[in-house]
Ligand binder design. Structure first.
Ligand code: BGC
Length: 267
């Protein structure tokens, strides 16, 4: 429990280069603005990032967090997010992670390694939940598309505050390619585009297409690059309001912890 009796949950975010965990206070009212209680703990992602190697590293992260004073009770579920479609606990895609994840039962894998209850969710879905509950999409009704621009493109569709899981708009075929190959932050680096060129040549066509398909009220742009949103968002013209995410670095951790809290029936 945190100091004011708000329940805490552990969230872990598995990325291509780093794996990060933290303890998050989640209040039912959303008053506690989804902040980490204490520092986050990060370990470089093992290479190759096979399911077994990643699960061992998640166990190390949980051990460290468990040793802290504000650690949640051990019978409380742990939330874990990763860059894969997660369907009934099964990992079904591996665009930017080790191919051995495909068809891995991530729920079983982590439960076995951690000896505790786990909830597994796609990383962009976790970020979307965090933004909808505590961040840029808080109290927005209608459809919100949270789009994370990083090595790949992640996306979360939230309708009236409820997540529609596994939206995967980075995997849309667009201009003859998978959209994330053309419009992710790493595509900008590969093509050595300035932020303005990236916005005009890659983001504008992609987001116009998303807008045509889904007509959201709001786009929330996440991923590390969103910290520099003022350098590219002004060049993207859409009908929908388009704003940077609020929980850039910790969105995955917070969203995973939030997901564990939503699914927790021990409360
Ligand atoms: C994956 C998504 C993930 C996104 C962001 C994409 O390559 O297909 O599942 O959410 O990267 O990490």
């Amino acid at each position: 429990m945190s100091g004011n009796n708000t329940p805490t949950y552990i969230g872990v975010d598995i990325g291509g280069t780093g794996m990060k965990g933290g303890i998050v206070a989640i209040s039912a009212s959303g008053q506690q603005a989804g902040e980490l209680s204490g520092e986050r703990f990060r370990i470089p992602t093992p290479q190759p990032a096979t399911p077994q190697a990643v699960a061992r590293t998640v166990a190390e992260i949980i051990d460290e967090l468990d040793s802290r004073e504000m650690a949640p009770a051990r019978d409380r579920p742990v939330g874990i997010c990763l860059p894969s479609v997660i369907h009934h606990g099964l990992a079904l895609s591996a665009n930017n992670i080790d191919p051995s994840w495909i068809e891995t039962n991530a729920h079983e894998l982590f439960s076995d390694h951690l000896h505790r209850d786990v909830r597994v969710i796609n990383d962009a879905d976790a970020a979307g939940l965090a933004e909808a509950r505590f961040g840029a999409a808080r109290r927005v009704s209608g459809s919100v598309l949270v789009v994370t621009l990083g090595t790949g493109i992640g996306s979360a569709m939230i309708h009236n505050g409820v997540l529609v899981p596994n939206f995967e708009l980075g995997s849309l075929e667009f201009r003859g390619n998978m959209a994330e190959r053309d419009a992710s932050a790493s595509a900008r680096e590969r093509a050595e585009l300035s932020f303005q060129e990236y916005a005009e040549q890659r983001l504008q066509p992609y987001f116009s297409y998303l807008e045509r398909l889904f007509s959201p009220e709001l786009f929330v742009i996440g991923g590390g690059i969103s910290q520099r949103a003022e350098e590219f968002l002004p060049y993207v013209k859409l009908r929908a309001r388009t704003i940077p995410a609020q929980m850039v670095n910790n969105a995955g951790i917070i969203g995973a912890a939030l997901f564990a809290s939503i699914a927790d029936t021990s409360m």
